[in-house]
Design a protein around this ligand. Sequence first.
Ligand SMILES: Nc1nc2c(ncn2[C@@H]2O[C@H](COP(=O)(O)OP(=O)(O)O)[C@@H](O)[C@H]2O)c(=O)[nH]1
Ligand SMILES: [Mg+2]
Length: 318
Amino acid sequence: MQTKSILKAFKIVFSGIDNAGKTSYLIALKEKYGFLDKILNLKPTKFIEYSSWTLMGKYVLNFWDMGGQKEFREQYLENQLYFDDTDIVLYLIDIQDESSFEESLNYLFDVLNIYRKTNYKNEIIVCFHKYDPGHKDTKVFWERKKTLVENIIDANPDMKFQFFNTSCYNLYSLTNALSYVLKKQLKMGSLDRKLREFTKKISGDYAILFSSQGLIISDYFEIDISTYEINSVIFKKMNDDLAYFQKYLDGEMKNDEKTEVVDQYLTLVKNFSVESLIDDEKPENYFLSLRSLNKEENKALIQANLPTILKELKAIII
Ligand SMILES: Nc1nc2c(ncn2[C@@H]2O[C@H](COP(=O)(O)OP(=O)(O)O)[C@@H](O)[C@H]2O)c(=O)[nH]1
Ligand SMILES: [Mg+2]
């Protein structure tokens, strides 16, 4: 019998000073709905909290939520071991709390000094967190972010960064920032190509393949999502999708497919499962999300091409 074995374990570090939102980020990412009470009543994390996920039956994601109080920070900085073998680091800065910026940047630069000595190779993911959609200070946040980015890059010209605006009120922003490096590491080039082909075939705007946890394994965008208007409509849709995935997995939603017409668009979310090759392991769930203009001919194209793309995705994933 063929068995899958673990291909790789990823060490994913959530770093930043206390109150930046690290524990909340992880809770929102994992629960996807009904988590607000939980994050509003959080106590500061004591030292490091570990949790893990398996992904696609062959990867393990080990999350290190590194409590950010000063005493813990000092302990981490004294011992490089805490940072060794990190695959992905997300550094959270609370964009709402300007008074924390100096302390937050100082700690970031200390952490970067350690990563200079370890074998960290990927981009450093900096999240301007609590960048809440619809917040009255969004313009102010934008200015603050600009200054912070300049500071970070100027002080660390030898390092690669990727910057994201994240918020627990925008689930897609959380999954997107984390998936950014992960997706590169998984080297899913063949999935990317299939999604691209499929999106073109159905005259779609985008197609995204999510894991059961809502991580983005592969995506293709035909449209430019960098403008705010497009961006906010799509984010809203993704947030709904992510909550729907979790409700479907929790048995609260029965339909494995959801079609909606939003403005002039037709959207579809489809759940499918891939049999596990490991004995007694349950099949794994995936979700394909797509959008096209709401036209009869596009509807027909989706109907005609959906079975094939699902078959092709399954064949690659297995
Ligand atoms: N407005 C807003 N508040 C958040 C967000 N994420 C976390 N918080 C709040 O920030 C506080 C600190 O969060 P916590 O996760 O404990 O931070 P940590 O110390 O970095 O783990 C809590 O009161 C959370 O409710 C967010 O995206 N937006
Ligand atoms: Mg915490």
